[in-house]
Design a protein around this ligand. Sequence first.
Ligand SMILES: [Zn+2]
Length: 490
Amino acid sequence: MTFRISTVFRILFSVIWLISLAWLQTGLSTKTKLYVIDGNKYISAIEYAESQEIRTIFYDDKEKLEFRFQSIKLTLSPHSSFVKVNDKIFHMHLPVVYDGNDFFIPVDSFLPILNSTGLPNALLDSSEEYILTNAPNFNVHGVTIQNKVNGSVLKVNTSKKFAADVLAASITRGGWLNLTIAGAKVDSLSLVESQLRNPVVRIRTIQSQESAQVSFLLKSKVDDFELEAYNDHISIFLRTAMAENADKIKEMRRRWLLDTIVIDAGHGGKDAGAIGIGGLQEKTVTLDIAKKLGKLIETNLGIKVIYTRDEDVYIPLWKRTKIANDSGGKVFISIHANSAHKNHSVRGFETYLLRPGKTEDAIEVARRENEVIAMEEQYHEYEKLSNDKLILYAMAQSAFMKESEFLAAEIQKELDKVLTSPNRGVKQAGFHVLVGASMPNVLIEAGFLSNKSEMKLLGQSRYRQKIAQAVFSALVNFKDKYENPLISDN
Ligand SMILES: [Zn+2]
């Protein structure tokens, strides 16, 4: 006997439907088995946590078991009747039984604790053989949409951090952005009921056994997007604002001429910047390098140089990028000298790009360089550079990112040729002085004033000339690469 293809499909479909129905039903409430020890009812902590997708951490040295659920931390100790939930202590009528492997929790006093703390509510089944947890074990809960100047952030709320390699996203031709999360259980009701705002006009979810897909129907065309997973959400950064500017940028690139360079000598006036052991101030070093660099550019390339300052004066950070943008600058170079108070042996040179800081070091440098904001007398609103904001700023700058990356790499390469200090490479962090500069831009940390030998070198005019010369060479390489009308847009 032969099946007609449509019959095969119909059978296959029914099977799939039955499987998904069965799976859906078990997903609605989870059961955790009861154990009877000395006539009292217990549950296994491990089994309970697994059924609820609660993360558990066992502290070997203290023999403590910790549950982590969203922002809740619940701690159990062997043979103790105290349960700690965040900072609150609860007392149970019976102690936890510990068999060296698992923690058994007395159910009668544990259930009221669960139900008063925001952990998934549970109740004793009438058969008294297990507890039922009526909150389904979703780990993806909802969506919030935020609009920023340069684009939008879609925040998908989760109850755990999903690893980057279980996430995938793509934009389909119909304008749907599909986010696939392996291991996700989506609370589709609350997701679909999320408050919609531009650019999202509809949300759709598909749950399968191994993964879930959350799809957003987008109103406007998205140029670019990035995913980032956090402890309690996944952010999708959408860059939309640039779409209208894309042609303008293309045209700009075609006619691009390196005719104005902005040199920003870090700090100045009442803001000394880092101070070396011998009293050498960062503002003095940066101003001299800036002037030496400017002179090389003007005399050898005939390119206009704009200084954000050419004397020992204080200029607020926001004004520095304003000077750069108003002057029609084509490249912005901010010059600084570093300091590492904790470790005076650290030395070397590094060049920064405006990007979310990834390393502790980079964050520390950015913190120090941004500190000057506190000195500003006139109120100027700086946005707090959270990771989210930085990603958006960096994306807004992505029109120049390729150029900035190239320039930073060239500067490191050229400095490496003439300096004996260690090459600390190209790094990324959030610098206010680079935010808003609408041109390729980098920040150079030429050396460490906190290091005795490097401080001495930075104090020498000859050494500062070497630095200026290297940065100049990098600019020549940059000009050669990008200022060629025959080069295509790529
Ligand atoms: Zn500085």
